[in-house]
Design a protein around this ligand. Structure first.
Ligand code: GSH
Length: 176
């Protein structure tokens, strides 16, 4: 069963509860945050690096950021709630921009003082993030400079393989 970690009095938790109630999905809400003083633990930080509520745990999947949670639940149970067409979904641009900035902030914090996202060397973490983060950093939204993430991005972009993958250079391997 979906676990919703977050105090009932949080507006961001209430968004998630509102949706779950609307779509009739069973859940277990657990008291986390403010007066419960339990979001500042290592265990909670592992679930949600922002150490805020809500956090949703669905099996092995852990999701934070209330609007990301809403989109996840809607996609799973009632996609039309997110807007049926790109034009309908575009109405959510402000909220999505705020989510994006929050997520880039987490990546920027993680890469601070480090060259790679995991294991002190190039791993699949960098490869999976590279093309997506490159796009996200290019989005025309107001955001902090994210100096550490930008440094990592510059390193990734200097790799010939990345240049090929993103169409900036021809491939010597692609036989098509
Ligand atoms: N952008 C985050 C904001 C989360 C947030 O700021 N949550 C507040 C409650 S509304 C919080 O965790 N406050 C500290 C606390 O309750 O311990 C989201 O949408 O989930």
């Amino acid at each position: 069963m979906i676990r919703v970690l977050g105090r009932q009095t949080s507006g961001n938790v209430q968004k998630v509860l509102f949706l779950l109630e609307e779509i009739g999905v069973k859940y277990a809400r657990e008291d986390y945050g403010r007066q419960f003083i339990n979001t500042n633990t290592d265990a909670y930080r592992k679930l949600n690096p922002n150490m805020k509520v809500p956090t949703v745990v669905d099996g092995d999947l852990v999701i934070w950021e209330s609007h990301t949670i809403l989109r996840y639940l809607a996609a799973l149970h009632q996609p039309a709630l997110a807007g049926a067409t790109p034009a309908e979904r575009g109405a959510d641009f402000g909220a999505q921009s705020a989510d994006l900035v929050a997520q880039l902030k987490i990546l920027d914090g993680h890469i601070g003082g480090k060259s790679w996202f995991a294991l002190d060397r190039l791993t699949l973490a960098d490869i999976a993030l590279g093309p997506i983060v490159a796009r996200c950093l290019d989005f025309p939204i107001e955001r902090p400079p994210f100096a550490d993430l930008t440094r990592w991005m510059t390193g990734i972009q200097s790799r010939p393989a990345f240049a090929v993958a993103t169409g900036a250079k021809p491939s010597a391997l692609n036989a098509a």
